[in-house]
Design a protein around this ligand. Structure first.
Ligand SMILES: [Fe+2]
Length: 411
């Protein structure tokens, strides 16, 4: 249904000739229109700007600024105002020009009342349709914008949920090994920093981060007797332990968005010189994410305190990693790693610690509860501490000469 305006639409009559202006306005007022008048183009532009004016009827030839000038200015400043031009007899050329420049109609002077009213009604009806179309268009655009925002927010939620699910999975593994999840998080940070140094960004960077986060996820499939065994593993137990990259790969490779992380999980124990496992890959056969991870993991293993030893300094760890470039590690990765520098690496570790302190309250509470649980578990462990050595999970397979010597050579 068409919306009925509460008052008759305002029509502005523009003519330098008083008599024409007055006759038209008087006639139109009698027909019930709300008329205002202007004796020139500039005055008309001012009046039209003061109040909503759906229609302007303007003479073409006026002293000073003419009808064309008014038409152009109205089109530019008040595009919702329709314009009907009044032209002199025989001036069809400029009348056509007016239509080309956006006038809705033109009438020859002096216009017949019936022609004038017909033209006004046509112009107003056309404008109403045009305004309705614009409103509809705006509404559509707003709807599209709202839906896009909703969709974006839903995707963000999914991404967050997905990331939290991965974190929970890793936390579950860490809990089983009586480890805090700080190690995994720090390894992700070091891995991402090195990758960025190498110019990796966007989706590839995210996937490498996920691969680093999930690297040991396959340990979920390693029996407790092996994973949590205090002391050294037997050769058979090592065979079990060395299955974890394959188990991890099998676990996540079927999930399409974990395709690349799965490759990193599978090859995270490989070495540049081919002495790693499970496939003895070497050099560029190993996924770049896994080559970067190897350096990041070694750095964190060496610089973190363990129950049975203090972590070494960053200086020592960096020297050791540098020494193992070309054997254990991809030299290009080591170069990017060295580029970050000791200060940069220490800053990453500190940032991770600060992030932990800035957890929102709910997360903080959960974290406190977790810490309390860990403390109670530790008390249990202390009771059992008469057993010498340490759990197989305390130190992963040897990662470098230094780690190997500190870890008690389990490989
Ligand atoms: Fe591993």
């Amino acid at each position: 249904m068409e919306a009925i305006p509460p008052a008759p639409p305002r029509i502005l009559i523009v003519d330098d000739d008083d008599s024409v202006r007055d006759v038209i306005s008087v006639l139109l007022r009698e027909e019930g229109y709300n008329c205002v008048v202007a004796n020139g183009a500039e005055m008309a532009l001012d009046l039209a700007g003061e109040e909503e004016t759906p229609l302007v009827i303007s003479d073409m030839k006026m002293p000073g600024k003419d009808g064309l000038w008014l038409l152009e200015n109205l089109r530019e400043r008040l595009p919702d105002t329709s314009v009907i031009m009044l032209t002199g007899y025989g001036d069809t050329e400029s009348a056509v020009d007016c239509l080309r420049r956006g006038a809705v109609d033109y009438l020859l002077k002096p216009p017949k009342l019936t022609d004038l009213i017909r033209a006004i009604e046509r112009a107003l009806a056309k404008r109403r349709i045009e305004m309705a179309r614009k409103r509809y268009q705006k509404k559509l655009e707003r709807k599209v914008r709202d839906r896009t925002a909703e969709l974006r927010s839903a995707l963000r939620d999914i991404a967050n949920t997905y990331q939290n699910t991965l974190l929970a999975l890793v936390a579950a593994l860490d809990a089983r090994e009586h480890e805090t999840s700080d190690h995994s998080q720090r390894v992700v940070s070091y891995t991402s920093a090195i990758a960025q140094r190498m110019g990796i960004q966007g989706k590839e960077l995210e996937e490498i981060g996920r691969g680093a986060l999930l690297h040991d996820i396959g340990k979920i499939g390693v029996p407790d007797a092996v994973l949590l065994k205090p002391g050294k593993l037997t050769p058979d137990e090592w065979l079990e332990m060395r299955k974890h990259p394959d188990i991890g790969f099998q676990m996540i490779q079927a999930i399409p968005f974990l395709d690349t992380p799965a490759s990193i999980v599978l090859s995270h124990q490989e070495r540049w010189d081919g002495a790693g496992y499970p496939r003895n890959l070497q050099r560029h056969e190993i996924h770049i994410g896994a080559r970067i991870f190897a350096v990041a993991d070694t750095l964190d293993a060496m610089t973190s305190d363990r129950p049975y030893r203090k972590g070494t300094t960053f200086t020592n760890a960096i020297q050791e990693i540098k020494r193992c470039a070309n054997t254990q590690f991809d030299p290009e990765v080591v170069r990017a790693f060295l580029d970050i520098g000791e200060e940069g690496l220490i800053r990453i570790k500190q940032e991770m610690a600060t992030k932990k302190l800035q957890l929102p309250q709910a997360e903080q509470d959960a974290h406190d509860a977790e810490a309390e649980l860990a403390r109670l578990t530790d008390l249990d462990d202390d009771v059992d501490a008469a057993v010498p050595g340490h759990s197989a999970s305390d130190e992963d397979e040897p990662k470098s000469a230094v780690v190997r010597s500190v870890a008690g050579n389990k490989g």
